[in-house]
Design a protein around this ligand. Structure first.
Ligand code: ZN
Length: 567
């Protein structure tokens, strides 16, 4: 799972650990919300351009070659994701305007960052004429296949169930009107073979044994669709400067069933000192699992809490994570077999977090919160909350209680992703309250966390509520509003966290999401989304104000692409 919220690091102990944005790593490219163009330029201006750089001197000649191969492998995975997002992207050239006017150029750029002709912020209407309605199953299923057709096929052909529900198959039509499951390794052979060769070439240059092993195993996994061993090797990376994460991971793009996972890549440079210090937070995880606001029978007290944290500078990203809203942190692997044995690893993308805080969260807080509260917004509570969100993905039920073969992901299907994101937010903030009680943070810091949580929901809802994080945030906001934990002043249009009420309301909310998972309550999740998943007029008013003044997200370019030409 990943997080697309915002930034910085934490309290007392943590504050001092991470320097605020290094100027050479985050470079906002001036020009954010210029509105001198047409409709497509206005859409593009919702994304503030930033260049993500890094300190080239950290890399020796071999390491530069490793990075170069990894970037090239990432480009192949990026090509695959473009096809996973929509099969029609194979013929995109035919759809795109070719003119050299600024609107045509903006359309081509918007298509590039949306990975298709649909605006990921607004849902299903194409911004390019003739593209039609967005298929919920993205490029994983035939565009015109319905859920019913898929389910009827499995009912009639039970032997196909495993392959059809596999994370790593495409469903295609056969010539005679039937359906067939095609493994990724066959569907994307050309790109996967090329990426695999890049990884082997990188492995040859890698001087860190754990990195070499991961790259070799992952090169094979791309060709076999069997990722288990390489996921374990990824968990066991140690003393590595280069932190590569690449393969098929998240199921967000499959909005038909949530079965299929998408290729993506993150190439980072690790900061070993910061990562080590942050890892001390992990010591608190068993206590936080024990303190979850649910009955003990649903807790996993004997699970592995070996949970490494990497803080990295992102130097390149591609595939699903690069589409639309940018990731700031992630928690992988998703495979419960690996998580049980090895735990999971959090990777925090420090320079992305810094960039988002400056371009998004801070200006949003100034527009939607009462001044006494927006004045308290700072990067430290933000970064800490992001960190706890990632840790919270590793807390709570992985399986439906009493059904050891049924994961919560399988039980909640298409509703899982949004509810898991919301759970991670609610459990994350509630965990910071618990840590405050035990003296890790102080009350003033905790207040800032609550204020940050409220401001952050506006940013997150702006990502679009057809997306898991956006919908997850909207249900939280409406729940907290309903409980009186967020107040609204009609005369100013400003919101505030009620600091008396919000601690209790967030604990209650964490309980709701956790129990949904513990009981595998698909219908309950649907009813909850129905009740809390609508944008209210007061929130819409705030969103309209933000639309005019604050970019929704960043649009990164990567300095490595130019630098590596000389490597
Ligand atoms: Zn998340």
């Amino acid at each position: 799972m990943r997080s697309i919220g915002g930034v910085p690091i934490a309290a007392l102990t943590l504050v001092a650990l991470l320097p605020l944005a290094c100027a050479d790593e985050v470079e906002p490219d001036a020009e954010a919300m210029s509105s001198d163009g047409g409709e497509m330029q206005a859409r593009l201006d919702q994304f503030a351009p930033v260049t993500l750089g890094f300190d080239e001197s950290l890399l020796d000649a071999d390491q530069r070659r490793v990075v170069k191969e990894l970037v090239e492998a990432s480009r192949h995975l990026d090509d695959i994701f473009r096809l996973q997002a929509w099969g029609g992207n194979a013929d995109a050239e035919a759809l795109l305007p070719t003119g050299d006017d600024s609107e045509s150029a903006a359309t081509r750029e918007y298509y590039r960052i949306m990975y298709g002709p649909w605006d990921r912020l607004t849902g299903e209407e194409p911004f390019i004429e003739g593209a039609g309605h967005k298929p919920h199953g993205a490029g994983f299923y035939p565009d015109d296949m319905t859920r019913e057709e898929f389910e009827e096929w499995i009912a009639a052909n039970p032997g196909d169930e495993e392959a059809f529900k596999s994370e790593t198959t495409l469903i295609q039509r056969t010539g005679d009107g039937g359906l067939v499951a095609v493994p990724y390794r066959e569907a994307y052979t050309g790109h996967l073979e090329a990426a695999s060769e890049n990884l082997l070439a990188a492995a040859e240059r890698a001087n860190n044994p754990s990195l070499k092993r991961f790259l070799e195993l992952r090169a094979g996994a791309l060709l076999s669709d069997d990722f288990y061993d390489s996921e374990v090797a990824w968990m066991r990376l140690s003393d590595n400067l280069i932190e590569p994460t690449l393969g098929p991971y998240e199921n967000y793009e499959d909005q038909l069933f949530g079965y299929k996972i998408s290729y993506e890549s993150f190439i980072g440079l690790k900061d070993p000192v910061e990562s080590e210090r942050l890892a001390s937070l992990v010591e608190n995880l068993p206590a936080l699992e024990a303190a979850l606001p649910i009955p003990d029978e649903h807790k996993y007290l004997d699970r592995s809490f070996e949970s490494p944290i990497s803080v990295v500078t992102l130097i390149y990203a591609g595939g699903e994570t690069a589409a639309g809203i940018q990731t700031i942190a992630f928690n992988l692997p998703n495979d419960p077999r690996v998580r049980e044995g090895e735990g999971s690893k959090k990777v925090m993308l420090r320079n992305v977090i810094d960039a988002k805080f400056e371009t998004n969260l801070k200006p949003i807080a100034e527009q939607v919160l009462v001044p006494e509260q927006s004045a308290k917004i700072s990067v430290d509570p933000y970064f800490t909350r992001v960190l706890m969100h990632e840790l919270a993905h590793g807390l709570g039920p992985d399986y439906v209680t009493g059904q050891p073969d049924l994961t919560t992901r399988q039980a909640l299907k298409d509703r899982y992703a949004a509810m898991e994101e919301a759970k991670a937010d609610a459990v994350g903030t509630n965990s910071l309250r618990i840590l405050t009680r035990s003296g890790v943070y102080d009350e003033a810091f905790l207040e800032e966390v609550y204020i940050d949580h409220v401001a952050d929901m506006f940013r997150c809802v702006r990502f679009g509520i057809t997306e898991a994080h956006g919908l997850g945030c909207l249900t939280q906001f409406n729940f907290l509003r309903d409980r009186g934990a967020i107040t609204y002043d009609e005369s100013t249009g400003l919101f505030a966290a009620d600091l008396e009420v919000i601690p209790v309301a967030i604990a209650e909310m964490a309980h709701v999401y956790l129990m949904m998972q513990a009981t595998g309550d698909y219908d309950g999740a649907g009813a909850f989304i129905e009740e809390y998943g609508t944008i209210s007029p007061e929130m819409q008013g705030a969103l309209d104000r933000l639309a005019e003044t604050v970019p929704v997200d960043i649009r990164p370019s990567y300095a490595v692409e130019e630098l590596m030409a000389d490597w």
